[in-house]
Write a protein that binds this ligand. Structure first.
Ligand SMILES: Nc1ncnc2c1ncn2[C@@H]1O[C@H](COP(=O)(O)OP(=O)(O)OP(=O)(O)O)[C@@H](O)[C@H]1O
Ligand SMILES: [Mg+2]
Length: 346
């Protein structure tokens, strides 16, 4: 497995936002574009002598750059991400030439199994390819829209999320039809080809609002020549595929499931890819992979829990000066409640 993003210079237009600790909002066009333009650069480690000779100010700045990198690490091209990108691209081509009956994709799985990462990496890939195909339309086209469904979503809330992403001004009096029309108008003009709706489990067809919201999404899907990709927690169980409406969705969408890793080669490859992106002075290459079994026990094979552990241990190694991740460092870091097998009181 390799990192999706290579060692390239950060885009000067967007590095300001990237420096702000990744607090960028993907659900606005500006935040989304800065995410798409971002080419995370992995900092170089100084040779041992030069590192020792740094004065306090330079050492502080050097460590700040490393800590910012270690807090994120790189996105690893896991088999699921690769599958999502292949399927998403395939649907793009199929849908582009279909007048009716366009197909979509649902990513479904437990919490923190990488659904949002898969969805956003697909969006980034599609937008990058679109921009390559239409170099003169840069800044005018909006090839990808990314929104999250708010809790207990209503049609108006979904329409407003689209409008917010596109930066459309909303007056209090604008009724839902106005908003829908404005959104469709902009998406058609801006050649939108991929619409990502995250947290789709917030649309529950078992409720009236949920059913109406699903109808609103369907309306968008009929009006716009775009591929729709939904991501959410255990979508089958959340009721998105129930009843007649659910049957229609099931007939049009394919599904890719995200889940825990087993202990096999894919888990080791994931850890190896993360390990190569560490920038620590005393870390022995391969020592993290040797802890693969231990890391699996700690995280239950959940990619989100693994990343949390490894990022925290890497930061700890810089802060305490040990400059290496060892089993002892990992022991000192608590994992999330779900992986620790504890539960919040009900
Ligand atoms: N392929 C990957 N490479 C590196 N980090 C990853 C990868 N996939 C997921 N992560 C990290 O794991 C964590 C959880 O991932 P993500 O938010 O994508 O999961 P999710 O399934 O959308 O979670 P939730 O159910 O809470 O929305 C994040 O910190 C993310 O950066
Ligand atoms: Mg998510």
């Amino acid at each position: 497995m390799t990192a999706v993003t290579g060692q390239q210079k950060p885009d000067p237009d967007t590095s300001g936002e990237a420096d702000s600790g990744g607090a960028r909002q993907l659900t606005t066009l500006r935040g989304w574009r800065s995410f798409v333009a971002e080419r995370p650069a992995v900092p170089e480690l100084l040779p041992e002598d030069a590192w020792r000779d740094l004065d306090d100010g330079d050492r502080f700045r050097y460590d700040e750059v490393r800590l910012a990198h270690l807090a994120k690490l790189l996105v690893v091209a896991t088999p699921t991400i690769q599958q999502v990108i292949i399927e998403g691209r395939r649907l793009q081509y199929l849908n582009r030439h279909a007048a009716l009956g366009r197909c979509g994709l649902i990513l479904s799985g437990p919490a923190r199994t990488g659904k949002t990462t898969c969805l956003t990496q697909l969006g980034k890939t599609i937008e990058t390819m679109h921009t390559r195909r239409h170099p003169n339309a840069a800044g005018q086209h909006i090839p990808v829209v990314y929104i999250t469904a708010p809790p207990a979503a209503t049609p108006r809330m979904i329409a407003v999320e689209f409008a917010r992403f596109l930066g459309l001004p909303l007056t209090r009096r604008a009724n839902i039809t106005d908003v829908l029309e404005a959104v469709c108008g902009v998406c058609l003009q801006a050649a939108t080809t991929l619409i990502c709706v995250d947290e789709i489990h917030n649309v529950n067809l078992g409720t009236r609002h949920g059913a109406e919201t699903s109808d609103t999404l369907k309306y968008f899907a009929e009006r716009l020549p775009a591929t729709f990709v939904y991501a959410g927690i255990n979508v089958e169980r959340a009721g998105l595929l129930n009843g007649n409406r659910g049957e229609q969705i099931a007939g049009r969408f394919s599904m890719i499931r995200t889940g825990a890793f087993g202990r096999g080669q894919q888990w080791q490859a994931l850890i190896a890819a993360l390990e190569t992106s560490l920038r620590l002075h005393h870390h022995h290459a391969g020592s993290l992979v040797e802890l693969a079994g231990y890391l699996h026990n700690r995280s239950n094979g959940m990619i989100g829990s693994l990343l949390r552990l490894v990022r925290a241990a890497a930061i700890q190694a810089v802060l305490d000066g040990s400059e290496a991740i060892t089993r002892a460092t990992l022991e000192s870091i608590p994992v999330d409640i779900a992986s620790a097998g504890e539960h919040l009181p009900t």
